[in-house]
Design a protein around this ligand. Structure first.
Ligand code: ADQ
Length: 761
């Protein structure tokens, strides 16, 4: 690939430590992830960092030695966690808070402060392990819900690192995600990555909607920008390594033997197969109950079919899993007791992990792959079953709540909670003609073969390297922080100063309704001192209607006011509003208003503001997602309608504004600059798109400052209106302490001359 090394970080290493009769044994696990990333680690070089599982209480030399060996031969770096921390992290916050909530089980989750502290602590230990090995040019790939804080933790210390994150489990709807204690930290943690990828588009959309609703961060389909850096978003469904399953059928004698055995044992009976971790998200009790319904409603199937349920125990220290074990045990017992006969056992239940040969033989022999999780990020069992069905005789019954459903439309999709329907669908698929089965399975088979885990990892890494490269080569999304001391010094030592200030979002924060954004006394006082300071010409350049500006600021001496984005200018001398162009009349409002009203009626919380030369639809108080969506729709509608006019429809901060193209801040800047042709200090501060015109039109080495996040052509940025105001106050104070520069009277003369020019303009 010609890239730097790859550092994979996942909670578990792809290696299991087991204590056998003669001490510890380490076995590599043959999961698809390890198969896909192993060769990449070999060719690019790199490491796999992960937790090797619960450690014994006392130091164990033999275990350490084994781990060291694995480090040398495979590049596996163990992150040992103290037992108490490991328990609270893994069994606590990760698996009793995040796992249930992310799978929509909002009732059986638990959370306490210690769990969260352990989650933070464990993520920090992973960070330390990464930093210990990180070299310039390395790519770090973080996996799954255990490590969602890690991207930010790495970014904070190593800002140049290439960091990607993949979530293997679903991302819940924002209504569920908002239940997650410390949800904001989780979102911010993820945004430290260059790329965050999910299994499906739905997960991606859920994530975007949480960003918007919980952090107020808008995003596009493939990108979100926060804290000055941008994160690429993608949906990349994981696949399997087909050969690790299908290959066994042809090449492995043990698999062939197991297959023959199954054939003999189940002769004349069809196998319905469930293979799962014993987890409450996998829908095992629901499956057993649906099976009971099937046997009840289709008695002719009794003795003809067998449900083989393989369930590998998992997270056994968590009480919820123990309850599940008991429920499943008793459902199996009841079914077999009630329906079983001397020569037919309705459910064959295996509560253990089985070997790859046994698994593949079962996949190949099963007439129905019964994969009905209540919620699942992807579900690999569905794909594994399909690649073992080369002859296409089987049928896949798949839960619509598995991520796999998004790409396996030829399966029979069911709602696993609707046990009656599931039984009905099963009854039908058991009668399906061979031709239809082959056709459906053929399509599934080809897709699983194409979208392998290898392709998935290649796509992830390619996308990550592109995202990281874009970050380093593109113009920074956000201007540098304003160097306040240098700016103050420049202000103090200058002789003639021009200062242009936007109002909303710059001098005062946004209020729910425009009329509520009244300037606090502190801001009024600041503007008074600034405008009357020697050698200063100051203007508030706003999109506001004239009346607002007049009411709030009209009494301030020497302050220029610009309203409606430059359509109106008010000189402090004449105290009259001048129009940049002759009044265009109101006819256009009669056409535009009904459209805005239609949107207002559809969007609770939205309202219309009328200005002399503009109409604004505000959706700040509306549902954020619905509001964004309708704003886009409104702009599209208006653009079409206004195509041949001088009017434009423009998205602002939670607004859509219709106004004349000539009413823009750029044009007015040119005029204001003539007020101080000799200015040796020029400053413009603004927060939104309309202020970009200010920044671009200011002549010379101007101090242009953007308030808030996001890309801008300004040279500098500050975070909040409070910071902007603080800076201006300091500037006034610095000016007071410095030598007076240009005599007040002189500046007054300039202003009078300029006023005349504005009138003529
Ligand atoms: P899991 O929740 O573990 O993975 P899944 O995708 O079904 O779910 O993978 C389970 C794996 O374990 C399969 O490879 C299967 O063959 C194996 N397995 C299950 N039971 C077994 C048994 N009794 N004996 C032997 N092997 C068994 C998480 C997410 C999934 C997502 C994957 C990968 O929850 O939604 O698909 O990660 O991203």
């Amino acid at each position: 690939m010609g890239e730097g090394r790859l550092i994979v970080v996942s909670n578990r290493l792809p290696l299991s430590l087991r204590r056998g009769p003669s001490g510890w044994v380490a076995e590599p696990s043959s999961g698809g992830l390890a198969s896909a990333l192993g060769p990449i680690l070999k060719s690019r070089g790199g490491l796999w960092i992960g937790w090797p599982g619960h450690a014994p209480r006392e130091a164990d030399e033999q275990r350490d030695e084994l781990l060291a060996q694995w480090g040398g031969s495979h590049g596996y770096v163990p992150v040992d966690l103290p037992p108490e921390l490991a328990r609270r992290f893994y069994e606590g916050y990760a698996n009793q808070t995040l796992w249930p909530l992310f799978h929509n089980f909002a009732t059986n989750f638990e959370c306490d402060a210690e769990g969260w502290a352990a989650y933070v602590g464990a993520n920090r230990r992973f960070r330390d392990a990464v930093l210990e090995h990180l070299e310039p040019g390395d790519t770090v790939w973080v996996h799954d819900y255990h490590l969602m804080l890690l991207p930010r933790l790495i970014r904070d210390v190593a800002p140049e690192a290439h960091v990607g994150f993949f979530l293997h489990i679903p991302f819940p709807a924002s209504e569920t995600f908002r239940i997650v204690p410390r949800r904001d930290e989780i979102l911010r943690g993820l945004l430290g990555a260059d790329l965050v990828a999910f299994q499906t588009h739905l997960d991606l959309q859920h994530f975007r909607s949480s960003l918007l609703r919980l952090l107020g961060l808008p995003s596009t389909l493939d990108r979100v920008t926060a804290q000055g850096s941008s994160t690429r978003l993608e949906a990349l469904p994981i696949g399997i390594a087909p050969d690790e399953f299908a290959g066994y059928i042809e090449k492995d004698a043990e698999t062939q033997r197991a297959f023959e055995q199954l054939r003999r044992r189940f002769r004349g009976r069809r196998i319905l197969l469930g293979v799962d971790r014993l987890d409450y998200t996998k829908g095992i009790p629901q499956r057993l109950r649906a099976y009971r319904r099937l046997l009840e409603r289709a008695p002719h199937l009794r003795g003809q079919i067998t449900l083989v349920q393989v369930a590998v125990p998992s997270r056994e220290r968590i009480p919820e899993y123990d309850r599940l074990r008991q429920v499943v045990n008793s459902l199996v017992g009841e079914l077999n007791g009630e329906f079983g006969t001397p020569d037919w056992t309705p459910v064959v239940y295996m509560r253990r992990g089985i070997s790859r040969s046994e698994l593949v033989a079962l996949y190949a022999a099963a007439a129905v792959g019964w994969v009905t999780p209540l919620r699942d990020g992807m579900n690999l069992v569905a794909k594994e079953y399909v690649v073992c069905q080369r002859r296409g005789e089987g049928v896949l019954l798949l839960s619509e709540f598995a991520g796999a459903a998004a790409e396996m439309g030829e399966a029979f999709l069911v709602n696993p909670y609707d046990e009656e329907r599931v039984a009905g669908v099963l009854e039908r698929v058991l009668q399906l003609p061979a031709e239809e089965r082959r056709e459906r399975m053929g399509m599934l088979y080809r897709r699983v073969l194409r979208n392998t885990v290898f392709r998935w990892s290649d796509r992830f890494l390619a996308s990550l390297s592109e995202a990281a490269r874009a970050r380093t080569t593109e113009r920074p999304e956000r201007p540098d922080a304003l160097p306040a001391a240098a700016a103050l010094e420049a202000f103090r030592s200058s002789r003639s100063r021009l200062i242009l200030l936007d109002y909303d979002g710059t001098l005062v924060p946004f209020a729910p309704r425009p009329r509520d954004a009244v300037p606090p006394p502190r801001v009024v006082e600041l503007l008074r001192r600034l405008a009357t300071a020697p050698g200063v010409t100051a203007a508030v350049v706003s999109g506001r209607a004239r009346t607002d500006l007049e009411t709030w600021l009209g009494h301030l001496p020497d302050l220029w006011l610009v309203g409606e984005h430059g359509a109106y200018v008010r000189s402090p001398i004449t105290r009259e509003w001048e129009m940049a162009r002759p009044h265009p009349g109101h006819e256009w409002k009669r056409r535009v208003l009904p459209v805005l009203e239609h949107f207002m009626d559809r969007t609770p919380g939205s309202f219309i503001e009328e200005k002399e030369l503009a109409l604004v639809w505000h959706h700040r108080l509306a549902d954020p997602e619905f509001g964004e969506w309708l704003a886009n729709e409104l702009v599209a509608t208006l653009e079409e309608m206004l195509a041949d006019t001088e009017l434009h429809a423009i998205r602002g901060n939670k607004t859509v504004e219709v106004r004349f193209a000539w009413a823009n801040k750029g044009a007015v800047v040119d005029r204001l600059q003539t007020l101080r042709p000799d200015a040796d200090f020029r400053l413009a501060i603004g927060d939104d798109r309309t202020d970009e015109d200010l920044f671009q039109r200011l002549r010379g080495e101007a101090w242009t400052v953007r308030v808030g996040e996001g890309p801008s052509s300004a040279r500098y940025s500050v975070d909040t209106p409070a910071e902007a105001v603080g800076f201006l106050e300091a500037a006034v104070a610095a000016g007071d302490s410095g030598r007076p520069v240009v005599a007040h009277a002189e500046a007054g003369v300039e202003r009078t001359a300029a006023t005349a020019r504005v009138r003529r303009g």
